[in-house]
Design a protein around this ligand. Structure first.
Ligand SMILES: [Ca+2]
Ligand SMILES: [Ca+2]
Length: 253
């Protein structure tokens, strides 16, 4: 195997092909058994790739050359185990588990509507810049204004979100309700919040207030599910009620 051109140090101060050959031949034989079709050139390349670079001993001036290749160690000390073990087709490591999802962060896209009429699925005339129409945003310049026509009308606003298993989820939004209704007892115009097919909350003209009110709902029972969050405003045939939403969030914890 001398044509492989490797010099291996065996024992202190002893170097040379004559001493190295048995060891090198053994490594080459191992490689050949792993790669039965390998040519001597292939084996040389693999040995070079696996050789440990060794610098010249500082105490011995007979050694000249670089760490990668010098007169004592040529291209280094052949590591039989490494040459074979890294040449062999090794089984793929098991896929690392994805681990627990990170139960943090806000899940809605376009939560404050500042990207305009996108991400959300909304009726026409819901997402807009309504400040000059008397329904200013809570944050920025965009909000979602459901109803407000004073005639029979249904407006919807929805978005699908995923709540990873094991996570708690809280839905919050800023809601402003103003109305021309004067009753203090009858829900003529209603806004419902549904998660999937379940109605989570119903608000109405009775909840009118100046400015925005922060609303908060626990969605933890939907953990591990992808659900559609949907606001539906249903107005009767007279006296407008406006339901104005802004700065929504669905936060995991
Ligand atoms: Ca906004
Ligand atoms: Ca009404």
């Amino acid at each position: 195997m001398a044509h492989l051109g490797y010099h291996v140090l065996l024992g202190s101060g002893t170097n040379g092909t004559s001493m190295a050959s048995p060891h090198l031949a053994g490594v080459a034989a191992l490689l050949a058994s792993v790669y039965p079709t390998a040519t001597p050139a292939d084996l040389r390349a693999k040995l070079a790739a696996q050789a440990d670079d060794l610098a010249c001993p500082t105490s011995d001036t007979r050694c000249t050359g670089t760490t990668a290749k010098n007169s004592f160690y040529s291209e280094g000390r052949v590591d039989a185990y490494e040459a074979v073990s890294t040449s062999s087709p090794s089984p793929s490591p098991p896929a690392s588990p994805t681990g627990s999802p990170t139960c943090s962060g806000q899940q809605f896209g376009n939560p404050g509507f500042e990207s305009g009429n996108t991400v959300w699925t909304a009726s026409s005339g819901v997402i807009g810049q309504w400040g000059s129409s008397g329904e200013p945003a809570h944050g920025g310049t965009w909000d979602a204004w459901l109803d407000g026509y004073g005639s029979t009308r249904t407006d919807t606003l929805s978005q699908s979100v995923t709540i990873p298993a094991g996570c708690k989820a809280t839905l919050t939004c800023y809601l402003h309700i103003d109305t021309a209704e004067t009753t203090s007892s009858t829900q003529y115009d209603k806004l419902t919040l549904a998660v999937g097919s379940t109605t989570l909350a119903t608000l109405s003209n009775l909840n009118k207030a100046s400015g925005y009110t922060l609303r908060s709902y626990d969605l933890s029972s939907y953990t591990g599910q992808t659900v559609t969050i949907k606001f539906t405003g249903v107005e009767d045939g007279s006296l407008q009620t406006s339901f104005v939403l802004d700065d929504t969030s669905l936060t995991l914890s």
